[in-house]
Ligand binder design. Structure first.
Ligand SMILES: *[C@@H]1O[C@H](CO)[C@@H](O)[C@H](O)[C@H]1NC(C)=O
Ligand SMILES: *[C@@H]1O[C@H](CO)[C@@H](O)[C@H](O)[C@H]1NC(C)=O
Ligand SMILES: *[C@@H]1O[C@H](CO)[C@@H](O)[C@H](O)[C@H]1NC(C)=O
Length: 256
């Protein structure tokens, strides 16, 4: 089992092994500048991108629970396109608090979802907007084409960080029955997960894309969660099923 967080200083990095060589959105293409306006980059204090997320409210970001590196280590960047290059469209906010889903289990990756409340609101403009979410309990059928986006791994060469443009790739939904089958994830898929990928592999999310949106019918139905390698024909990408958590999201943001 492999998480798609860029965790330079942790054991996840070691566990990732060879897959680091191909460590961004696989088989995709560069997104048009600022075309996915709700996409945010989660960065370390050192400004290194490590996860993606979606702005769901001016004060709130939706991401994966395994992207939790602690609130004081984290900076959220909205309106970004080339990560690590200042383009004048970026907005920065620190977390006020992190709300990890109470059912999150880091050994099974079940309920891999977290909300981040920002200290100051993002300003909605030409470069920053809110992500449309699916209604509670709605699904997408097998074969439906969805789009996943991310900055993936930001390589470090000669001490400098290479700018990376946002990338995106289209992948079809894979049924839970197939994804959970003995020739794939063999019982490790829960009802809180959805799978997406081509039977031939080659197109996928990868490390550093964690927490980023899988968009179907214009809504964020999934968030990059985990997998086994990247772009492997036998193992589709596994995403948190956002529609299972719509009520929790609304209660967390708007509740008492
Ligand atoms: C996580 O899931 C495993 C396997 O179902 C279970 O044994 C373990 O107790 C769970 N951990 C937590 C913290 O719920
Ligand atoms: C399923 O989960 C078990 C227990 O965590 C693990 O040993 C096994 O490798 C997993 N299989 C796949 C295909 O992910
Ligand atoms: C996947 O298989 C396991 C083991 O049979 C089962 O407990 C789980 O409910 C299945 N997941 C889905 C989404 O059906």
């Amino acid at each position: 089992m492999q998480l798609w967080l860029l965790a330079i200083a942790s054991c996840l990095f070691l566990r990732a092994g060879r897959a680091l060589m191909q460590s961004r959105i696989i088989g995709g293409h560069v997104a048009a500048p600022n075309s996915i306006k709700y996409m945010v980059s989660l960065q370390r204090s050192s400004r290194q991108h490590f996860c993606g997320g979606s702005l769901v409210h001016r004060y709130w970001v939706l991401t994966a629970a395994h992207c939790n590196i602690g609130a004081d280590q984290m900076m959220i960047v909205a309106g970004d396109y080339k990560v690590n290059i200042f383009e004048g469209t970026e907005q920065y906010a620190k977390p006020h608090k992190l709300v990890v889903h109470p059912s999150y289990n880091s050994s099974t990756n079940n309920a891999d979802i977290m909300l981040i409340k920002l200290r100051a609101p993002m300003v909605l403009n030409k470069f920053v907007s809110l992500a449309p979410l699916p209604r509670q309990g709605t699904g997408v059928v097998e074969g439906h084409l969805c789009q996943v986006s991310g900055w993936g791994h930001v390589r470090v060469s000669g001490g400098g960080q290479v700018p990376v443009k946002l990338r995106t790739v289209t992948v079809p939904i894979v049924s839970a029955a197939r994804c959970n089958g003995s020739d794939s994830f063999n019982g490790n898929i829960t009802a809180n997960m959805i799978c997406a990928g081509y039977p031939s592999g080659g197109k996928d999310a990868c490390k550093g894309d964690s927490g980023g949106p899988l968009v179907c019918r214009g809504r964020v139905y999934g968030m990059v969660s985990w997998g086994n390698g990247c772009g492997d024909a036998q193992f589709p990408g596994v995403y948190t099923a956002v529609s299972r958590f719509r009520r929790w999201i609304d209660q967390t943001i708007y509740g008492p």
